[in-house]
Design a protein around this ligand. Structure first.
Ligand SMILES: [Zn+2]
Length: 174
């Protein structure tokens, strides 16, 4: 799994999660990558390096390859030193989150969002507007909004961001 920093033509920054760089390029080429703020498909990848890389497949990009090799070498050196001291490499492995750990993190984030926002469900767009115009108390809210509603909010200068809740979290949160 790779996390890319992306930006749309309106310079909205968001993250995209992809199986690989190739998968990203492919989905971008087919117009599947969409800005969660304004739904624009004119999306580009920001220069920053992916923060997570759980894939063990070799990198297709040569410069990324060398950085990765050095990273891996460093990790190996660390592991070797640990092994010399008669310890297992458990701690080293723990530094790379497993898909299960990643999912747990995501769930934690979803729970955090849920705990710190009020679920207003279908009234999301109305409520966001009321808060924006000081007709309702300032607070974090979550709910559902259609693409059109999101675009309208965006036009009015109201900040909205999409967080796709994992299916499991949806069941417990909604
Ligand atoms: Zn956008």
């Amino acid at each position: 799994m790779k996390v890319f920093d992306l930006a749309c033509e309106h310079d909205h920054r968001f993250e995209g999660w992809f199986g690989s760089t190739q998968a990203f390029d492919e989905q971008l080429g087919r117009g599947f990558v969409e800005c969660p703020v304004c739904t624009s498909r004119a999306v580009r990848r920001m220069p920053s390096a992916p923060r997570l890389n759980l894939s063990s497949a070799p990198e297709p990009r040569p410069q990324a390859q060398s950085a990765r090799d050095m990273e891996e070498k460093g990790r190996k050196d660390q592991k070797d030193r640990k092994d010399e001291k008669g310890q297992k490499g458990g701690e080293v492995a723990a530094a790379m989150p497993t898909p299960q750990q990643l999912q747990a993190l995501w769930m934690k984030m979803a729970r955090h969002l849920a705990e710190n926002t009020e679920d207003v469900g279908e009234r999301f767009a109305d409520e966001a507007r009321r808060i924006h115009y000081n007709e309702a108390p300032e607070r974090g809210i979550r709910g559902v909004a259609t693409r059109e509603q999101r675009a309208e909010l965006e036009d009015e200068g109201i900040d909205v961001f999409s967080f796709p809740l994992p299916a499991a979290a949806k069941e417990t949160l909604q």
